[in-house]
Design a protein around this ligand. Structure first.
Ligand SMILES: [Zn+2]
Ligand SMILES: [Zn+2]
Length: 201
């Protein structure tokens, strides 16, 4: 295993909290997307990732591998989930106006789902209670499988995608008194209020 991949794997396992094959799956697809876009260093690029994963399902940890490998994260505000139940994402190079979409092969998804590990997980056994010897072969399989058995890589597409604009302006909700950033503020009955108060007002 290459050092960089190993580092990403360790970081992702730690970040996620457990060891499972969905994580290296996210890392491999994430790294492939970067390579396809010609990104060598994520720190001097403006990237945005739209994952079709979720809301919640097996192998959801995939998104953690994608986040760690692409450096597009929820916290950074350049990662979103569209909840379409797929292990797929589009990585966008905002400044160079190009994107690539990657989907995990359904055959591999099925193979993983049919494994002893996933069966135990579906019965509610926590992954930390499952013997590492059961999950490790799956992790190794995902690490070593050839690209074309692991994912479908789309063609590079041109895009005019503009990431959502951030704000630094804080408003105090006139109902609950909590701080709320202005792009989430609502106006009702003459008051500027937060969404939660809006819903119950
Ligand atoms: Zn997992
Ligand atoms: Zn409020």
């Amino acid at each position: 295993m290459k050092t960089k991949f190993k580092e990403l794997l360790e970081t992702s396992f730690k970040f996620n909290g457990h060891k499972c094959p969905a994580i290296p799956l996210g890392i491999r697809t994430g790294l492939t997307a970067l390579k396809k876009l010609g990104v060598e260093d994520t720190s001097n690029k403006e990237l945005y990732c739209i994952a079709e994963t979720g809301p919640v399902h097996a192998m959801h940890c995939f998104v953690d591998g994608v986040q760690v490998s692409t450096a597009c994260t929820f916290g950074e505000g350049n990662f979103e989930k569209t909840n379409r139940g797929k292990l797929a994402f589009t990585l966008i190079d905002v400044k160079d106006k190009k994107s690539v979409r990657i989907v995990v092969k359904p055959k591999l998804q099925k193979k993983l789902l049919d494994s002893e590990f996933m069966k135990l997980r579906s019965q509610g056994v926590k992954s930390e209670d499952i013997d590492f010897q059961i999950v490790n072969p799956l992790i190794q399989m995902v690490i070593t499988l050839p690209d074309n058995e692991l994912m479908t890589v789309g063609k590079i597409k041109e895009t005019d995608f503009k990431p959502p604009k951030g704000t630094f302006n804080l408003v105090i909700c006139e109902e609950c008194g909590e701080g709320v950033f202005e792009n989430a503020i609502r106006y009702k009955n003459g008051k500027f209020i937060c969404k939660s108060c809006f819903d119950s007002f």
